[in-house]
Design a protein around this ligand. Structure first.
Ligand code: FES
Length: 109
């Protein structure tokens, strides 16, 4: 499923996508893209505090707006906050001709 142009996501920033009943977001860091379901493992709520604002003030970690849990961009692992030790659920994106695509989850859905 087409998401956006690669250059629609600036370095050290993120972008959210609402795709039917599925919400995901993509973070660009050091020229690579990391994507997760937009769902905090603590309470199952959305993560962003404003549209497309998923990162902490230093743009170094993903931050949940509700209780401030912090997640490693590259792995989705929670390193601080009430869900420490849990992880964001990764989704797979691919890049083709400068476009970002969401890959369907294995097993359908
Ligand atoms: S809902 Fe995300 S840290 Fe509590």
């Amino acid at each position: 499923m087409y998401l956006c142009r690669q250059d629609a996501i600036a370095e050290a920033s993120a972008k959210g996508f609402d795709l039917g009943d599925q919400a995901v977001f993509v973070v660009r860091q050091a020229g690579r893209f990391y994507a997760y379901r937009n769902r905090c493992p603590h309470l199952g709520v959305r993560l962003e505090w404003l549209p497309d604002r998923f990162l902490d003030s230093g743009n170094e970690l993903i931050m949940c707006a509700t209780h401030g849990a912090l997640f490693v961009i590259e792995t989705g692992a929670c390193v601080a906050g009430p869900c420490r030790g849990q992880s964001l659920e990764p989704v797979t994106v691919s890049l083709a001709d400068g476009n970002l695509y969401l890959q369907p989850a294995a097993g359908g859905g």
